[in-house]
Design a binder for this molecule. Structure first.
Ligand code: KG4
Ligand code: ZN
Length: 352
């Protein structure tokens, strides 16, 4: 069974073909990131316009690389939320049209749930992928860390999960992006803060961790603490504008702030994950979302968790069509309801 997955929730126009929920046949990602860098973040109108230009060639390339024609495709899975409205609309309208014209079942996919399913891919003949050796076993703790979400979710089985906790304000990826901006590091902040952190001392500064209910998070206080720290480091008060910081901070100060922030943010996630592992004794732990690419997060999880953890390929952490196609496969395998291709609507604020 082969599913075409389509993902356009933010700035990546992505399509992939996955077989039987485990074999990656193709994974094509085109990003409009270069168009957004000068603005320091994704500009929704530019992202949507770029999706319009890229979506059909990206889908065709995904079919070609999988050596498939439409006859070989058993269904279409598309992200319908959460995400940017204009961006989601392009993917959903394209998928609806293709489902009607090629007479294929259509599955609407929750983007965040999709991220988790990147962990179910175990086989591929595509070059350059390092996939897990086996699919995770339930009960499974999912640590979801992306630009829009920070959540701990306990999966009892497919389509049967409990949200243990989530952020009350910024997501961890958002905090990385905002700290990058304060330090004058390029967007997206995750990779650039990680890179700067490599040259810094993670214990240079003690930053506060928010005291939240058991499995909940808050990253906005940490972000403000970084701002105050940077202002203090250059001998200024809290009224000094954050836009003036990059030119006043030395490279060493930036590196130390980046490393201390990264350690603290990651520790928050890892400490609560450890708590959840102790309470629920899952058979597997998976990480999902863009920040799952972070090496410090991987290092701390490997060090602290009492069970081995297999990490998804870096290319499957940030947004991609493969994770959407994989979840689509499981929807078909488990007879989950299909979406009506004449009426499927986007849901920009969809949650788990
Ligand atoms: O999952 P994703 O691609 O999009 C959302 O669904 O939000 O996550 C994007 C987030 C951004 O905040 C980006 O800064 C972060 O993931 N990110 C990273 C890394 N690569 C991307 N954060 C830390 N380390 C990375 N290597
Ligand atoms: Zn995402």
């Amino acid at each position: 069974m082969k599913i075409l997955g389509i993902e356009t929730s933010c700035d990546e126009t992505a399509a992939a073909v996955v077989e039987d929920g485990k074999r990656l046949l193709s994974n094509v990602v085109a990003s409009s990131m270069n168009l957004h860098i000068q603005y320091g973040g994704v500009v929704p109108e530019i992202a949507a316009r770029s999706h319009i230009e890229l979506i059909l060639p990206v889908i065709q390339q995904a079919l070609d690389e999988a050596k498939c024609t439409w006859i070989d495709i058993d269904g279409i899975a598309v992200t319908y939320g959460a995400g940017l409205g204009g961006s989601l609309l392009i993917g959903v309208l394209t998928a609806r049209t293709l489902a009607i014209t090629h007479d294929k079942p259509l599955y609407g996919i929750n983007h965040v749930e999709g991220h988790v399913y990147a962990n179910f891919l175990t086989k591929t003949s595509l070059p350059g992928y390092k996939l897990r050796s086996q699919q995770p076993v339930f009960p499974m703790l999912a640590i979801i860390v992306s630009g829009g979400h920070s959540q701990l979710v306990l999966f009892h089985g497919h389509f049967d999960y409990t949200l243990l906790g989530q952020t009350h304000d910024d997501a961890i990826g958002e905090a990385f992006d905002k700290v990058a901006k304060m330090l004058g590091l390029p967007y997206p902040g995750g990779p650039s803060v990680s890179k700067a952190a490599k040259k810094g001392d993670p214990n240079a500064f003690k930053l506060p961790k928010a005291k939240m209910d058991k499995y909940d998070f808050s990253f906005s206080g940490l972000k403000t603490a970084v701002l105050r720290l940077a202002q203090t480091e250059i001998g200024q008060t809290h009224t000094f504008p954050s836009t003036g910081l990059p030119e006043r901070l030395s490279e060493a100060q930036k590196a130390n702030i980046a490393a201390s922030f990264q350690r603290t943010a990651v520790e928050t996630i890892v400490d609560k994950s450890l708590l959840a592992v102790k309470e629920f004794a899952p058979n597997s732990v998976v990480i999902a979302g863009g920040v799952a690419a972070d090496q410090e997060l991987r290092r701390q999880l490997t060090d602290k968790l009492p069970l081995p953890i297999e990490f998804p390929d870096l290319k499957l952490c940030t947004d991609n069509g493969a994770m959407i196609a994989t979840l689509g496969c499981f929807k078909m395998l488990h007879n989950q309801p299909t979406a009506d291709p004449y009426t499927l609507e986007i849901e920009p604020n969809l949650s788990m």
